[in-house]
Design a binder for this molecule. Structure first.
Ligand SMILES: Cc1cc2nc3c(=O)[nH]c(=O)nc-3n(C[C@H](O)[C@H](O)[C@H](O)COP(=O)(O)OP(=O)(O)OC[C@H]3O[C@@H](n4cnc5c(N)ncnc54)[C@H](O)[C@@H]3O)c2cc1C
Length: 470
């Protein structure tokens, strides 16, 4: 059965006390802001953006090139944007999931899976070695069919995964409901190895401290306003200063791009999240969800949900909203929150009366192939990594390593990948872009309400490899 369209008064009432701020950033352990850059300085590498992409780049740069001096500039606060607003699912997948990877790079999938798992293991190693307190749990992920037609899709996914050596497990209705009990579940697929859960803000803060210990200089509240060539290097201009640097790594995600060409490839899509109050032991028992496994449902528009260390449920996703551009005002749109609240009641009727404490949204750097892309500019002095489309908590470390490969001019197993060498199909300019995304979103919604049947518009987009997702 599709998720309900109508929002009931009970679903609205559950939102009455929310704070419109990301739960992850609303913690006493949030570090104070580091001082802004004031004046003109020099470095071998300047990293722009203090989300996970930029932080991994700075941290890995000092480990790989100990001679390089590294400065990171963050326009707001560390993890203020997507990196402190996400679900905290750290996936091995570099390709926004198996089906997307198989449809785009079938020949490369064994290598992409190997590199992805190595990347995830590398993240866990750094968290352990640096003592980063980010509530990392080797939880795995459960994908659930919430409509009858999705069962066959899940079975197909298990078969395809098996052929690639992945150990996914198919669960029938009883088996899945014995793990987590929702009347909406028809079946599930369990991936125990390929996903871990974190508190993403604490991962970012811990990584920032680890980068500093490794010698990186971080400036927060330091917006880069311009960049260009200077002699054999680059100059990066900020509100109150500048950095002259040999190399620049651009990790600004869905924000207005400092490199104009990137605006053709990435659109800011807003994704919304709710956090419940902590569940009582009785409430937790009523849904049978005893461990910390992350859950995603299997529609085109999907929810993701997980349990926090203090027993709350994070519940996000479904609406991927494009409002025509980047603007923090879009983080406060009420309709997606109300819809999420209704869908939560529908999924867990046992939790009637549970209230939400936090509601927030964040911009996702959506590109038409749903997975990151890379490139260089200014004769190789600048590299960029973006387009993670909602699955970048883990992949950002891989993306950072590719940026460093490109800046150092080294040919590596990463830079030889077709996925790394190619770019997504660009989005058309406005107003066609907005009209096209609107038609696509409506078609996806219709498909989700019609047993997944994709109409001619979606099938045409599929054929040319152009998509829209979050
Ligand atoms: C609601 C939501 C849920 C998500 N859930 C998941 C999930 O569960 N799992 C997953 O893998 N991924 C998820 N993602 C995606 C994931 O959060 C990101 O892909 C990942 O954190 C990498 O982010 P980033 O560093 O590339 O971008 P960001 O975290 O957005 O960082 C970019 C930074 O650049 C800074 N910046 C921009 N322009 C400038 C400038 N001119 N000067 C200085 N600084 C600048 C910004 O202030 C920002 O801090 C989610 C995203 C959102 C929004």
């Amino acid at each position: 059965m599709p998720f309900p369209d109508v929002v009931t008064p009970a679903a609205r009432a559950a939102l009455a006390d929310v704070r419109f701020t990301p739960y992850w950033l609303d913690q006493p352990s949030r570090p104070a802001a580091r001082p802004a850059l004031v004046g003109d300085v020099e470095a071998d590498l300047v990293v722009i953006g203090g989300g996970l992409s930029g932080l991994w780049t700075a941290y890995e740069a000092r480990r790989r090139f100990p001679d390089w001096s590294v400065i990171l500039l963050e326009g707001q606060r560390i993890a203020e944007a997507a990196s402190g607003r996400n679900g905290g699912f750290v996936a091995a997948s570099l390709t926004h999931g198996l089906p997307n990877g198989m449809s785009r790079w079938p020949g490369e999938m064994p290598e992409l899976l190997r590199l992805g798992q190595a990347n995830l293991d590398g993240i866990v190693s750094v968290v352990e070695a640096e003592g980063i307190d980010c509530d990392l749990v080797r939880s795995g992920e459960l994908d659930v069919a919430v409509d009858g037609y999705q069962v066959a899709d899940l079975r197909e996914m298990v078969e395809a995964a098996g052929a690639l050596g992945l150990d996914y497990e198919f669960l029938d209705r009883d088996a899945v409901r014995s793990m987590v009990d929702s009347p909406t579940y028809h079946a599930g697929v369990l991936d125990r190895r390929g996903v871990v859960m974190v508190d993403p803000a604490r991962l970012s803060w811990g990584l920032a401290s680890a980068a500093e210990r490794a010698g990186v200089v971080i400036h927060e509240q330091t917006r880069v306003t311009d960049l260009g060539r200077a002699g054999t290097g680059m100059v990066v201009t900020t509100d109150f200063g500048s950095v002259r640097a040999g190399r620049v790594a651009l990790a600004t995600s869905a924000f207005p791009p400092l490199l104009r060409r990137l605006g053709h490839y990435v659109v800011p899509v807003y994704d919304s999240v709710l956090m419940t109050e902590p569940l009582t032991p009785e409430q937790r028992a009523s849904i049978g969800w005893q461990d910390r496994i992350g859950i995603g449902d299997a529609g085109n528009q999907f929810h993701y949900y997980r349990i926090t260390h203090d027993g709350r449920i994070l519940w996000g996703g479904y609406d991927a909203s494009y409002y025509g551009g980047f603007n923090p005002m879009h983080e406060r749109q009420g309709a997606p929150f109300a819809r999420l609240s209704e869908h939560f009641r529908y999924t867990f009727p046992q939790l009637e009366g549970l209230r939400f404490t936090h509601a927030w949204a964040g911009a996702i750097d959506t590109c038409s192939r749903f997975s990151a892309f890379w490139g260089t500019a200014y004769d190789g002095r600048l590299s960029y990594s973006l387009g993670f489309t909602g699955l970048g908590v883990g992949a950002s470390r891989f993306g950072a390593q590719v940026m460093l490969d490109l800046l150092s001019g080294e040919s590596t197993e990463r830079t030889r990948l077709e996925m790394v060498r190619t770019k997504p199909i660009p989005f058309p300019p406005e107003p066609i872009r907005g009209i096209g995304i609107g038609i696509t979103r409506r078609a996806i919604d219709k498909a989700d309400r019609n047993e997944g049947r994709r109409n001619i518009w979606l099938r045409t987009l599929d054929r040319i490899g152009l998509g829209f997702d979050s």
